[in-house]
Write a protein that binds this ligand. Structure first.
Ligand code: PDD
Length: 281
């Protein structure tokens, strides 16, 4: 039977409920992480929980947990559900309280919930690449916080689905920011360009790994903003996230990217990422 984690207890999925006035439910007042599981192990879990603690701090949510405490919790859940390959979703809300915009006083305990998914790596898409479309970034100005408020991201992803694409690449005016649930890279003349880390994008853990791989391989990795036009004229485009890894984009708004095939730098980063998984799982 599948188990779900609710405030430190592993509960049968069918019995797992949350309160109607949980602040995550009412206001989206909370944060989350999505962590990949490869070979029974949570992948880059330290970095994910460091980011979760940072998100908590940025929204003034007090948490009596350490990175290791969180890792212990998700390890138990992974083991209980026998997840070999898949992922763990974990969210923390500001707790259950009568609806009032201001933080509850006195403060209430945060609600922590987590569940697992089982699935394989997206081998076919990694080999063939995906379609993407571009859309205006209508989100708030603290996209560095992994907040539960994902309406802008949800609408962007649905726009992609409508146009038979797997990802929507967002832009603020002419500046490309990030995907609806991924970071974005344009490769031109052997150089990788990606939006710098600031409040307009999420500091992706996969992005950190890609940066490390690029540096090891001696490929120039420039954290600079670039325009929609630059993206459209790139030799290679890719998006990255915990679930889609190093994903080539071969079609953008219905037009081929470069020669329409997965490019050499993308392939080299994928090969480095495979090795990283093998050595860090
Ligand atoms: N999303 N940017 C956004 C807006 C994201 O939602 C994500 C990931 C990323 C990539 O971050 P990372 O490499 O740490 O997964 C960038 C996850 C997968 C999700 O919402 O399920």
């Amino acid at each position: 039977m599948t188990k779900v984690l609710i405030n430190e207890r592993l509960i049968e999925e069918k019995d797992a409920n949350v309160a109607y006035n949980d602040r995550g439910y009412v206001f989206g007042d909370g944060i989350y992480e999505y962590i990949r599981v490869y070979d029974n192990h949570p992948f880059t879990a330290n970095a994910h929980f460091e980011r979760l603690l940072r998100s908590a701090k940025e929204i003034g949510l007090e948490l009596n947990y350490t990175v290791n405490g969180f890792i212990e919790l998700v390890r138990e859940l992974i083991a209980a559900n026998g997840v070999v390959n898949g992922g763990v979703y974990i969210q923390v809300t500001r707790g259950t309280a009568p609806r009032d915009h201001a933080f509850p006083t006195p403060s209430v305990k945060a609600n922590i919930t987590a569940f697992t998914k089982t699935y394989d790596r997206p081998y076919k898409l990694l080999e063939e690449g995906i379609n993407a479309v571009t859309t205006e970034d209508i989100r708030w100005l603290r996209c560095d916080i992994k907040s539960l408020n994902l309406l802008g991201n949800v609408l962007a992803k649905e726009y992609a689905v409508k146009y038979n694409a797997q990802e929507a690449i967002q832009h603020r005016g002419e500046t490309v920011t990030e995907g609806s649930s991924s970071n974005v890279y344009a490769i031109k003349d052997g150089v990788i360009y990606t939006h710098p880390i600031n409040n307009y994008i999420l500091n992706g853990i996969t992005r950190m790994v890609i940066k490390e791989i690029a540096q090891e391989k001696g490929v120039s990795f420039k954290e600079e903003t670039f325009t929609l036009d630059f993206l459209k004229n790139a030799d290679e485009v890719l998006v990255s996230s915990t679930s889609i890894e190093v994903m080539p984009v071969v079609k953008l708004n219905g037009e081929a990217v470069g020669d329409g095939k997965v490019g050499p730098i993308t392939k080299s980063l994928q090969e480095g990422f495979n090795r990283y998984i093998d050595t860090h799982s």
